[in-house]
Write a protein that binds this ligand. Structure first.
Ligand code: ATP
Length: 209
């Protein structure tokens, strides 16, 4: 489904990823682990088309996407949730959700709220007045409004209370049962117990175990 071959990424003259190759099969949940600065965020951003300079091949559902702009990758089914959530904090929960929608608004919103029922109780609240965990749920729910088939999640559970981590894990597993594919970067191995496979980045190079 997703295949990355011989990916190199640079920031200016500094190389951050070295000859990274990986595959994620349809419906798989793959966890990408590694220390701070190992290149996890860089890899997700490169898959999404957001790197300043990258070389290598990336294909999704048998189409070469490495030359595509990020919006086109999103249209093809890639959904990306950045580290740190990046919500529009002045907008309400509902506004954040509707901003991103593609397709049937009501159906998508109903599904997102079914997965994250806590959000349904705070639809009119500005997202800046939610806890970190609630904001993370909203960031994921907002990406779901585009109907992605592959979710690229950057540290979805970092700094979040254990109860909400469990709620997020359950929502992701429900999506996985529907066939959604996941590549999840995380340092703290919170979702690793649910992973089909774990990949490890060490100083910009991939190790599989
Ligand atoms: P973290 O969990 O701390 O985000 P990470 O594994 O996601 O770590 P990256 O953020 O991808 O790691 O960083 C990989 C390397 O690229 C690091 O050496 C980092 O300093 C460098 N880097 C990341 N972003 C930039 C940038 N915008 N400009 C220059 N160098 C960068």
């Amino acid at each position: 489904m997703l295949e990355v071959r011989h990916l190199d990424v640079w920031y200016g003259a500094a190389q951050a990823l070295f000859d990274v190759s990986l595959q994620v099969g349809g419906g798989e949940l793959v966890v990408l682990q590694g220390l701070n600065g190992a290149g996890k965020s860089t890899l997700l951003q490169a898959i999404m088309g957001m790197s300043p300079r990258a070389a290598g091949a990336i294909s999704y559902q048998n189409q070469s996407i490495e030359r595509w702009e990020p919006y086109r990758r999103a249209l093809a089914g890639l959904g990306y949730v950045a580290e740190g959530r990046r919500l529009f904090t002045g907008l309400t929960v509902r506004e954040n959700l509707r901003l991103a929608v593609r397709g049937d608004v009501r159906a998508r919103e109903a599904r997102a709220l079914q997965l994250f029922p806590a959000l349904a109780t705070m639809l009119d609240r500005p997202s800046g007045r939610m806890s970190g965990g609630e904001q993370q749920m909203l960031a994921i729910a907002r990406t779901l409004m585009t109907g992605p088939t592959l979710l690229l999640l950057d540290e979805p559970c970092e700094g979040i209370a254990p109860l909400l981590v469990e709620a997020i894990a359950q929502a992701l597993l429900a999506l996985k049962r529907e066939g959604v594919t996941f590549l999840v970067a995380e340092q703290n191995r919170m979702l690793a117990a649910h992973a089909d496979r774990i990949l490890t980045l060490v100083a910009g190079q991939l190790r599989e175990r």
